[in-house]
Design a binder for this molecule. Structure first.
Ligand code: MN
Ligand code: MN
Length: 273
């Protein structure tokens, strides 16, 4: 008993020092989760799926990913054609958990909205195909998916290629409205994206108080096809409060507090075609 209290105190002391908790083995040398896996207080609905192309946490209850985390820089872009088949159920979901299929979205009115965009994994056919697992998609209205969400994706592509940036991206849905497709797939009422913008080949070791972190929460509604995504910039703190997940946990608490509470005034040239 005494030992327990002592180790609890030690734990409290260590965490209060602002040092991040230890990484999981999968997080070591994995640029898709450079800032480690976001975690929440309930680990029972987090099925972690680690691939070369991304890492995600799948919610069997919702039938959608809690978050997808991935690295993006110019070398991920190439000339592989967009995979043309149906989206695929994810073979990495363990037995006994909900499997979502391509047809579960058919006629729902929602797009199968990629979180890692197809175009962002075009340096090899196998990398592109991996974005077509149903665990990498959430129900998005066509207006969001093909409008402001896509514009933000264009922006990411543009700074990777044009400004030689290296991005660490975490994206997912926020679910407060209890909307479902056929009682099987939960529909988020908004979609979030957190983007850490670094120079090429920079990573966790290069994080400072002025590292650029931008975050967006966009409403998953119709009628916003031509809206400017920049109006939905927000803080990481707000996304953490809405989702219950702690993001960027590889960064010390002090730095997280600074980086997650700011809205970075960055100049974004709208890149819509
Ligand atoms: Mn999309
Ligand atoms: Mn955090």
């Amino acid at each position: 008993m005494k030992k327990t209290i002592l180790s609890l105190m030690l734990f409290a002391l260590l965490t209060s020092c602002g040092e991040p908790t230890k990484p999981y083995p999968d997080e070591i040398d994995n640029s898709n989760i450079e800032f480690w896996m976001p975690i929440d207080s309930n680990l029972t609905d987090d099925i972690q799926i680690v691939r070369h192309q991304y890492t995600l946490s799948y919610s069997s209850e919702r039938g959608t990913p809690n978050w997808v985390s991935y690295n993006l820089e110019e070398n991920w872009f190439g000339s592989s054609p967009r995979y043309e088949g149906n989206f695929k159920s994810d073979p990495m979901i363990p037995t006994g958990f909900k499997i979502v299929y391509h047809d579960d979205y058919t006629n729902s009115g929602y797009d199968r909205g990629h979180l890692v965009r197809s175009e962002e994994r075009t340096n090899a056919d196998s990398n592109n195909i991996a974005t077509f697992y149903m665990t990498n998609v959430i129900p998005m209205t066509p207006d969001l998916n093909r409008g402001p969400w896509l514009d933000l994706e264009y922006y990411c592509e543009a700074i990777c290629k044009g400004e030689k940036k290296e991005l660490y991206i975490m994206a997912g849905g926020i679910y407060h409205s209890n909307t479902w497709i056929n009682d099987k797939v939960a529909v988020p009422d908004s979609c979030f994206k957190i983007i850490v913008i670094m120079n090429k080949d920079e990573g966790i070791r290069d994080v400072t108080d002025s590292t650029i972190v931008i975050a967006y929460v966009m409403p998953n509604i119709s009628g916003i096809r031509n809206e400017d995504f920049r109006q939905w910039q927000t803080t990481v703190d707000r996304i953490e409060n809405s989702t219950g997940y702690d993001f960027l946990r590889a960064i010390s608490t002090e730095k997280q507090e600074k980086l997650e509470s700011k809205i970075y005034p960055i100049k974004i040239v709208k890149t819509t075609d």
